[in-house]
Design a protein around this ligand. Structure first.
Ligand code: 5GP
Length: 184
């Protein structure tokens, strides 16, 4: 099935049914791994809101929930010219078991920044649960990525929380950008 968002065409990649089944399995694994703990799930906005909502419904151990947002703006005071700040955290993470919930890990640079920031708050442990991972795009190994829904090729995806030009987050399924004949 094809859909059009603005100037781009997308093909169906993962149906909500598959996402739900995989999420259920991730939940089972987390319930076992954190059986005797009270972890804090931290969702990274905006993309993770649907995944977090579905994942947390599969968690039956006691847990807390928080959301953060990575704000980035272009400045001239770092070598990359991009300054990132983690905003919105309202729970003390000292000695807590933290699970970062991500929609997608692409180059991993955003996640590395989040991990560096959260580690300074001295949690007991940090693991990452990402719905999607693009292994071909990852710039360095991130050992905290313990739970992954689906490994996908290095393609742009949209839907189930992920946007293209601000649109498409409300789509139930996940779509990949169609390759135009000139790109193949
Ligand atoms: P990073 O490259 O730092 O791992 O990814 C940074 C952010 O880029 C992700 O959190 C996500 O918001 C966005 N991103 C990366 N790949 C995709 C993609 O295929 N589709 C969409 N919609 N966003 C993506």
């Amino acid at each position: 099935m094809k859909i059009q968002i603005e100037d781009k065409e997308f093909d169906l990649m993962l149906e909500y049914d598959q996402i739900k089944k995989r999420t259920r399995l991730l939940g089972i694994q987390l319930n076992v791994d954190y059986e005797d703990k009270v972890p804090v799930f931290i969702g990274v906005l905006n993309g993770s809101f649907l995944f977090m909502a579905d994942l947390i419904k599969e968690i039956d151990i006691s847990c807390e929930l928080a959301f953060v947002k990575v704000s980035s703006y272009h400045g001239n005071d770092t070598s990359s010219g991009i300054v990132r700040e983690l905003i919105g955290l309202d729970i003390d993470l000292k000695n807590r078991d933290v699970i970062i919930v991500e929609d997608i890990v692409d180059t991993g640079l955003t996640l590395i920044h989040i991990l560096d920031t959260l580690k300074k708050l001295e949690p007991a442990s940090i693991n990452v649960c990402s719905l999607l991972l693009k292994p071909g795009s990852l710039q360095e190994d991130i050992e905290e990525i313990t739970y992954v829904g689906f490994e996908i090729p290095n393609e742009f995806v949209v839907g189930y929380g992920l946007d293209y030009k601000g649109l498409g987050r409300n789509l139930k399924d996940i779509y990949r950008a169609s390759t135009s004949p000139s790109e193949t």
